[in-house]
Design a protein around this ligand. Structure first.
Ligand SMILES: [Zn+2]
Length: 341
């Protein structure tokens, strides 16, 4: 089980701080049991047992991994899958528990499943959700050199400078959504079947669940950067303080633009080939950090890489249309102006 001791506890965000107001880290405590030895057949276990949950989620992770091998072809480091009943937080001798989440820890390369949710929302049994989590594993392995555990630990502890932290979180969430969509056959019903947040995260839809148009204005970004304690897990109304919401906008345009550009430059491509291009385009963006608006810097970087791809493919005629899509989705990033310079 993971637990953390809070000297100061922020009720609203659930974040814990040490006496010096640095984020308190989680510690692992193996207080009982050990490695489970289980049969390979999930059907051998009751559907709410930890064994069943571990086998089903591992099956979906394996499918997401197979897609990665088919599209990128390079091996990834091993991922640790942990299924456990709860996280425990200790504050002033009071214990609180977290039962229902799925969290990837990049510095440990571990995916933790806390399975308790309504039965209709078994996220660990969703090919889309598990492919999204697998994408975090792939993207961190891709971006971080093996010895860069400190940077990953700071990212996981949310202790990078606020704007950089927020930008990376949104970028990684958007990237993971596009990965999940490609890896599961570009099928929106795999995510819209989750009535609470599903429509917001359907990357093929230009609107959120409540019909709010997906785009990132300067006001959205300032709100996002300034909000110290995002309330993660918005449902029907998009919450622009949540990196998943900002990531959903990013994912929608990345998906739309990738499909449009590749159809024009390469014709009809399989999802694996589309993702291979997209990963190449996104790869350098998280290291871009030149202003106090890092997310816009990353978006401009992606525009420039795609711009180069279009020019090299001798399809300059589609530049105005691609430029218009970037301007529509990210009006404050001024991607096209930057590219002309
Ligand atoms: Zn995520």
């Amino acid at each position: 089980m993971y637990y953390r001791r809070c000297e100061h506890y922020d009720d609203k965000s659930g974040r814990c701080y040490n006496h010096d107001f640095k984020p308190a880290s989680w510690r692992y405590r193996k207080n009982s049991g050990g490695l489970l030895r289980i049969c390979a057949k999930a059907q051998a276990y009751p559907s709410e047992s930890f064994e069943y949950i571990a086998l089903r989620s591992a099956y979906h992770l394996q499918s997401a991994h197979d897609f990665y091998l088919r599209s990128i072809g390079e091996p990834l480091p091993k991922m640790v899958l942990q299924v456990m009943p709860y996280f425990q937080t200790i504050f002033q001798d009071t214990y609180s528990f977290r039962y229902d989440n799925i969290i990837y820890y990049p510095h440990r390369k571990s995916l933790v499943i806390l399975p308790r949710r309504p039965q209709s929302e078994n996220l660990w049994d969703s090919p889309y959700v598990m492919a999204h989590e697998f994408a975090h594993h792939a993207q961190f392995a891709l971006l971080a050199p093996h010895d860069d555990r400190i940077a990953l630990r700071r990212y996981a502890a949310k202790s990078l400078p606020r704007r950089k932290q927020a930008s990376l979180e949104a970028f990684y969430e958007g990237w993971a959504d596009v990965y999940a969509f490609y890896a599961t056959g570009e099928n929106p019903s795999l995510i819209t079947s989750y009535s609470c947040f599903g429509y917001n995260r359907d990357i093929s839809n230009s609107h959120f669940h409540d019909q709010t148009f997906k785009h990132l204005t300067a006001a959205h970004l300032e709100n996002f950067y300034h909000y110290q304690n995002p309330v993660v897990g918005s449902c029907s109304t998009p919450d622009f303080t949540d990196p998943h919401t900002v990531g959903a906008v990013l994912a929608h345009y990345l998906y739309k633009i990738t499909n449009y550009v590749l159809a024009a430059t390469h014709g009809e491509l399989a999802a694996e080939q589309k993702y291979r291009h997209l990963q190449r385009w996104l790869r350098g963006a998280p290291t871009i950090d030149v202003s106090d608006d890092p997310l816009s810097d990353m978006i401009r970087h992606v525009y420039q890489v795609i711009h180069q791809h279009i020019v090299a493919s001798e399809r300059r005629d589609i530049l105005p249309a691609v430029c218009a899509m970037f301007e529509l989705g990210f009006p404050s990033a001024n991607s096209c102006q930057m590219a002309v310079l």
